[in-house]
Design a protein around this ligand. Structure first.
Ligand code: MOS
Length: 728
């Protein structure tokens, strides 16, 4: 490749097994004596169950068991109240959201279980649900992981500022809708539990199941080698996963539980809605002097889960006075979860729209305003960035987009009758890397097997890890095989937070170092080896061989193994999360986004005509899969901006549009040409040089579109999604 930091865009190594149907997704698991479980869900959103009549269901053909709160085993909360395990199901008669599981019916077939579920009669004592983030009676929570930080005297700086913007922005509930409905297949062999699950973290699901079932972790194995998409919905251990294990134990047979599409809306999380107030003070020449961001997000009853929405404002711009805090509002909705770019996705919308409003107020180019307030170091902590090429993102994005052709006056650009708007936004995404382990085995045939429990939710992890291991061992791509998605392999974090590439890559890097060390140990006193006596610092790998730096002599892995009569050599490696408390702060990716929208002045129809992204993601391991991540994220961002909204009926707490017919997701006809450019170099935080790029496509996209809608129409819309009614 022309650019040393951009890895070859090879096709996915798992493409063939996927398109030929040989990839074993959780739903594909079968057993000769497999039973099927179906959930019965509450039809009220608040109150309690007063009676459950299961007699008809139990008598129905094929029904093996009906499990309710009256006969369920005790399921435990995680002792540390960890956020990945929502409140356990079937613990009592209290109902806190519509669609809450009140029973599980297990039967010989899926159809019989479905019919059994229909026959369960539940009576409720109903109370009025709270579903509105603005409800005056709602409980407010300050989670210790929520943003609550700042520097300087923001109130005084705001009062003294010659120019002020103060506005409130709202984002809607959005629901993760991976193509594959979530499913669990659980089977017991004595006390050993095996679970095939739609999870983004086999190690984490195992830990959560162990906690809620009060079983030792080593009695549980969780597998997710393939997944039909996740978008964050696989980051918590949901009730249906736990209940599949409970059901399998109850009937003494393997049990499969597949959620319906409608159940996906109540059972695997959602992006919580937000209400955010931004206050910005600035000088007339566009220097930000004060910035305050308060973000409210909804949270379900009894749950612990938070997104750092306001955090974007703590690191976004070089303001001497800044403060940001997150507040959670408890409502009667299902448990939320992460949904691509959690927190930053919603927070960036408010911040970047407010910046656009400030630019308009100042009569300044929005791009110039951002450049003028570029944060050269962390505005609150004063730490230096590990790498930050945001200004290069702005430059390249503006040039590729043709930003200079923009007439600054709103409603000034037209194509025929169509109103044309140009809008832009900058964005970062948080840095995330947690501890991970990996194992590499080199066989006497010269091939390597690399294993880690982490999984590939469709982003390309199999592929980029194969590329990385192939580079680290100097083996051809075809000689490296990744084994992933199994909690019995070396522990790994969830595929989330755009953090698995850095974490697993660092672990593989460490394992490869240990493996080379092991080979050198083998030949330390070997008179037949040209590597005799060499240390790791004396050698490099090249063409499947370890060679001496000084004279280039060396030998292959096979030669060493053969001479020492070994079939294979294995090494493990692990990498910890980098410390945050350093003069240099590990820094996530950046992007600048430029959108052109077309608005029909009579019909109010908004179309995204073009969207250009310039992104700094550190080293790009695979140009093709990285681009796909940015493009896919941008599609999600367009949906968030113009289409996606989970509507909860205020009086019943029922989700009114929980189907693919009613919940709008961007389709091909909604998506224009998406242009992605990678800029900047590797990040020094970990040996992979990556910064994570999985979620960067989302934040910035809604703001760029909203700002373009303002430019096209002169109407400032401060909520998502922006619909026809907003601009008519
Ligand atoms: Mo992502 S929401 O961290 O899967």
């Amino acid at each position: 490749m022309a650019h040393p930091d951009i890895g070859e865009g090879i096709d996915r190594v798992d493409a063939r097994v996927k398109v030929s149907g040989r990839a074993a997704y959780p739903t594909d698991q079968d057993h000769p004596d497999l039973a099927h479980a179906v959930l019965v869900q509450s039809t009220v959103a608040a109150g309690r169950v007063t009676a459950l009549d299961t007699a008809a269901a139990e008598a129905a053909p094929g029904v093996l068991a009906v499990i309710t709160h009256e006969n369920a085993p005790e399921l435990h909360e995680a002792p540390d109240r960890r956020a990945t395990l929502p409140p356990p199901p079937l613990r009592g008669d209290r109902i806190v959201h519509h669609g809450q599981t009140v029973a599980v019916v297990v039967a010989e077939t899926f159809e019989q279980a479905t019919e059994g579920a229909r026959l369960v009669r539940a009576a409720y004592e109903r109370t009025d649900p709270v579903v509105d983030i603005d409800h005056p009676g709602a409980e407010h929570v300050r989670d210790p992981f929520g943003s609550d930080d700042g520097t300087g005297d923001v109130a005084a700086a705001l009062a003294a500022a010659p120019v002020r913007v103060e506005q409130t922005y709202r984002t809607a509930v959005n629901t993760n809708n991976p193509m594959g409905p979530f499913a669990t297949v659980a089977s017991w062999d004595g006390d050993q539990l095996t679970v095939h699950d739609c999870t983004q973290g086999p190690s984490r699901t195992r830990a959560d199941l162990a906690a809620t079932l009060k079983a030792p972790q080593d009695t549980i194995r969780v597998l997710a080698p393939y997944l039909g998409g996740g978008f964050g919905s696989g980051l918590r251990t949901w009730s249906h996963t736990v209940l599949a294990a409970v059901a399998a134990r109850r009937v003494g047979r393997p049990v499969k539980l597949v959620l319906t599409r409608k159940q996906m809306f109540t059972s695997v999380g959602h992006r919580p809605d937000t209400r955010q107030t931004l206050k910005i003070g600035a000088t007339r020449d566009g220097r930000i002097t004060a910035l305050d961001h308060e973000a409210w997000q909804t949270l379900s009853m009894g749950d612990v889960n938070t997104e750092t929405v306001a955090r974007v404002s703590l690191s976004g711009y070089a303001s001497p006075a800044v403060s940001a805090r997150d507040v959670q509002v408890r409502v009667n909705v299902p448990s939320p979860g992460s949904m691509r770019a959690p927190g930053d996705g919603q927070g960036n919308f408010a911040l970047e729209c407010a910046l656009d409003e400030l630019a308009h107020e100042l009569g300044m180019d929005p791009l110039e305003l951002r450049l003028r307030n570029y944060a050269g170091e962390h505005p609150v902590t004063g730490q230096r960035w590990s790498s930050n090429d945001l200004r290069e993102c702005y430059r390249v994005g503006a040039e590729k987009f043709g930003w200079s052709r923009r007439d600054p006056a709103p409603r000034s650009m037209r194509r025929g009758r169509t109103l044309v708007g140009y809008g832009m936004a900058g964005t970062s995404f948080f840095f995330y890397q947690s501890s991970c382990a990996a194992r590499i085995t080199v066989n006497r045939d010269g091939g390597a097997v690399v294993a880690s429990a982490g999984m590939d939710l469709g982003t390309g992890t199999y592929t980029v890890m194969t590329q990385l291991a192939s580079e680290l061992l100097a083996l051809p791509l075809g000689r490296v095989r990744m084994v992933m998605g199994d909690s019995s392999l070396p522990q790994a974090p969830s595929a989330g937070g755009s953090g698995l590439t850095g974490a697993m890559g660092s672990a593989i890097h460490a394992a490869s170092r240990h493996l080379i060390r092991s080979f050198l140990d083998l030949v330390r006193d070997d008179p037949g080896s040209p590597l005799r006596g060499a240390g790791t610092g004396d050698v490099r790998v090249e063409d499947g061989r370890i060679v001496r730096e000084d004279d280039g002599r060396g030998e292959s892995y096979e030669e060493i193994l053969t001479r020492h009569r070994l079939d294979e050599l294995t090494a493990e490696g692990s990498a910890e999360a980098p410390g945050e408390d350093q003069p240099v702060v590990p820094t996530g990716p950046y992007a600048a986004k430029f959108a052109e929208v077309h608005v029909d002045p009579d019909l109010g129809v908004i179309r995204v005509a073009r969207l250009v992204t310039a992104a700094h993601c550190g080293r790009i391991l695979n140009e093709k899969t990285a681009r796909s991540q940015l493009v896919g994220g941008t599609v999600g961002g367009i949906g968030m901006a113009l289409l996606e909204e989970t509507v909860t009926e205020p009086h019943t707490g029922r989700i009114a549009n929980g189907t693919f017919g009613d919940y709008l997701i961007a389709v091909n006809a909604d998506i224009p040409e998406l242009d992605v450019h990678f800029v900047g170099g590797p990040d020094p935080t970990n040996p992979t040089g990556t910064k994570g790029c999985g979620e960067l496509g989302i934040p910035g996209t809604p703001a760029a579109i909203a700002n373009a809608v303002f430019h096209a129409t002169g109407t400032r819309v401060r909520h998502l999604p922006i619909t026809i009614e907003d601009v008519l």
